[in-house]
Design a protein around this ligand. Structure first.
Ligand code: IVH
Length: 674
């Protein structure tokens, strides 16, 4: 293939990839499968590897962002990036209207475009000859920071416009938009963080802003950022002279434009829409603290000029009462079902947006310490969207001196046992496996399918057993009597008999299942298997030192500490004593650890992606582990093989990039049978 053909093919691939990326991320309407996309991407990547001189900054392969920076470069905006005057409610809006009407009688016949006022980080995007060349924060409106590499990682941001079609982009174009995180993505992100014991984010807005101000673009790349563009700041071409025309034009170029906006024929209609949307906005996928009312006629808007930093042609209709002040009466500590202690603010009741709020989350104990929140403080409270109300911080200037700092409790408020914190986590845990606040959850985990697999013990029955005092720890299950069960509501002979049989049968579960059942923080399937193989019974495991545990592959210092702390708890020792008494004391039957060394996959780390023809993901994992291999969830240089199924995800691209060998299901089986 000649140089020119290659250039052509590369160009063609880029066009296709840009277009499919746009269909997927901006229009949410893909027309090819992820697999097909990955194939195109791989072809481009391969060509670029052979011809690095043909790589351009707008290539879809360059989205991963550049190398980490020391600090952000300052950039001067080509034109001031103005802010917006606020109005609260009908009267403010009418006052604004009267003011601009006095300045220009044409306002009397004006129509308006209304857009959600997105609560995120304002970004200024520059395109030269259609290529994305610079992305900056707003900063003070005159000078911002260069966050180009971070913005490149946002899938919705076009690296080149037009994305498709044969429209011509202006040679020089600067647009303004808002980077945001959708509520759903925010909640998912926080749930993941909490599961890993990391500090959750306070709200989508701070998270969006924080994510774009990361010096390492690979961190930004992991955040679910989205962008909507709504204004042209500079263009070398003529641009439409209405806001509705501008939105349509931006959209046609392939910019992400918020699908939600309204047209109002006059100011009364504009106000009516804003009022109507006050409730509806909670159903929008992102947080918005108001609606921007814009004169549709851009020439009129320009003629009106500015008042200070605010253009007169637009007004933010803000929804009132989102942040209020009240007194923090007390801090209550709740023990969640996983044993995490969470502080809850007890407030002097206050109304926010028509809802009376008496309680609010304080996130975690670090937050209370960092913000120096004291009982008795006046605090600022926010209720955003449907997210539960949260405390923004105290108002120290309003202190009388009688406010009391709140220390982290030293014991569990539910059962009184000492509490524990991993050094890398923010959460404090109660480690007592029989803590009443956690008991139902602990038992649920104990009987679950991945653990002791006792069928017939659904949540309701577990709750019933706990409420009736029949079960105070997992071991009590083995002491349950037929007559006791028969006395419970909805329990007949048959049901009681089946349950007792299932409980009895669980005594034969292998050690690793029992270890999972103990619910030691951080110990999942993989760690449990390793522990069972190494120590062979709970006696040996309970005597294991921190050092011995840390030396095991796959067990880090935090898990090791969590294990030793768990076994040191008197409540847990009591649980073990009872389990042994009831004969629930499995010994590992498999070979001793020395023998396992001969296994075919020993020392190999696998990452699984896509759907395998015969094995489920769990089965494939189990197979690998059984034969001495390890399974990891992300591709790195340490990965030995990528086990590749159909419709692979991003792990596939990563593995290609790192040159990791790949196997299919048959390949894995061959490796095992060797
Ligand atoms: S228009 C000349 N439209 O709100 C008009 N601003 O309080 C200038 N914002 O930082 C802004 N969504 O970036 C406009 N649909 C929208 C917006 C919006 C959010 C931001 C804006 C500014 C802030 C002003």
């Amino acid at each position: 293939m000649g140089e020119e053909d290659i250039r052509q093919e590369i160009e063609n691939l880029r066009k296709q990839l840009h277009y499919h990326n746009y269909l997927y991320h901006t229009l949410d309407a893909p027309v090819i499968s992820d697999y097909e996309y990955d194939q195109l991407y791989k072809r481009l990547k391969d060509l670029e590897t052979l011809h690095p001189e043909l790589i351009t900054p707008d290539s879809p392969t360059q989205r991963s962002g550049g190398a980490p920076l020391d600090k952000f470069r300052k950039v001067e905006h080509p034109t001031p990036v103005l802010s917006l005057a606020n109005g609260f409610g009908r009267q403010d809006t009418l006052d604004w209207y009267e003011r601009i009407l006095r300045l220009d009688p044409a306002v009397a016949h004006a129509d308006y475009i209304l857009e959600p006022k997105l609560d995120g980080l304002t970004v200024v995007l520059t395109y030269e000859q259609g290529l994305f060349t610079l992305g900056a924060t707003r900063g003070d409106g005159l000078v911002g920071e260069d966050i180009t590499e971070n913005l490149r990682t946002v899938p919705m941001l076009p690296l080149r416009v037009p994305v498709s079609g044969d429209m011509k982009a202006p040679d020089h174009l600067v647009v303004r938009g808002e980077a945001i995180i959708f509520k759903e993505d925010f909640e998912r992100l926080n749930a993941e963080l909490e599961q890993r014991g990391e500090k959750p984010y306070l709200n989508p807005r701070n998270t969006a802003a924080g994510s774009l101000r990361q010096l390492d673009p690979s961190i930004t790349a992991k955040r679910p950022l989205k962008i909507f563009v709504y204004q042209i700041l500079v263009s070398s071409d003529e641009t439409p002279d209405t806001q509705s025309g501008i939105l349509a034009y931006l959209q046609e170029l392939g910019f992400p434009v918020n699908p939600l906006s309204w047209k109002a024929a006059n100011i009364e209609e504009a106000i009516r829409i804003c009022e109507e949307q006050a409730a509806a906005r909670h159903t929008w996928p992102y947080e918005a603290d108001g609606i921007v009312i814009k004169l549709n006629d851009q020439q009129l808007a320009r003629r009106l000029g500015f008042s200070g930093k605010d253009p007169r042609g637009a007004l933010a209709f803000k929804y009132p009462g989102q942040e209020v002040e009240t007194t923090l009466l007390d801090i209550q500590v709740n023990v969640g079902r996983t044993g995490v202690l969470t502080p809850l603010a007890v407030l002097k009741p206050v109304s926010i947006g028509g809802v009376i709020v008496r309680q609010a989350t304080l996130h975690n104990f670090d937050f209370i310490r960092d913000k120096d929140i004291r009982i008795g403080d006046q605090v600022l409270l926010k209720r955003a969207g449907e997210v539960i109300p949260y405390i923004l911080g105290p108002l120290p200037e309003k202190r009388s001196g009688s406010e009391k700092p709140f220390p982290v409790p030293s014991e569990c408020p539910s059962c009184g046992s000492p509490i524990h914190k991993d050094p890398d986590e923010v959460a404090y845990y109660c480690l007592n496996s029989s803590c009443p606040a956690q008991l139902v959850r602990v038992i649920e985990n104990f009987v679950s399918r991945g653990a002791m697999d006792i069928s017939g013990l659904g949540s309701q029955i577990v709750a019933q057993l706990v409420e009736n005092g029949l079960v105070r720890s997992a071991a009590d299950l083995y002491a349950l009597k037929r007559e006791e069960l028969l006395r419970l509501e909805k329990f007949g002979e048959k049901k009681a008999e089946n349950l007792l049989q299932a409980i009895e049968a669980s005594k034969n579960q292998p050690l690793e299942r029992l270890i999972i059942g103990l619910g030691i923080h951080g110990v999942g399937e993989v760690a449990a298997r390793k522990l069972a193989r190494t120590f062979q019974d709970l006696d040996a495991l309970s005597r294991a030192s921190l050092e011995e545990l840390t030396n095991l592959e796959g067990i880090g210092p935090n898990i090791a500490e969590s294990i030793t702390t768990w076994f040191a708890q008197p409540h847990n020792q009591e649980l073990l004593r009872k389990l042994r008494e009831f004969g629930v004391w499995p010994r590992e039957k498999s070979e001793s650890p020395e023998q396992t060394a001969a296994q075919p996959l020993q020392g190999l780390t696998f990452v699984i992606t896509g759907t395998l023809p015969n094995l489920s993901r769990e089965q494939a994992e189990a197979l690998i582990l059984q034969h001495g291999g390890n399974v990891s969830s992300s591709v790195s240089k340490k990965t030995s093989y990528l086990l590749l199924g159909e419709n692979p995800g991003s792990k596939y691209a990563k593995a290609l990039e790192l040159g990791i060998p790949m196997l299919d299901e048959n390949g894995l089986k061959t490796l095992i049978d060797k």
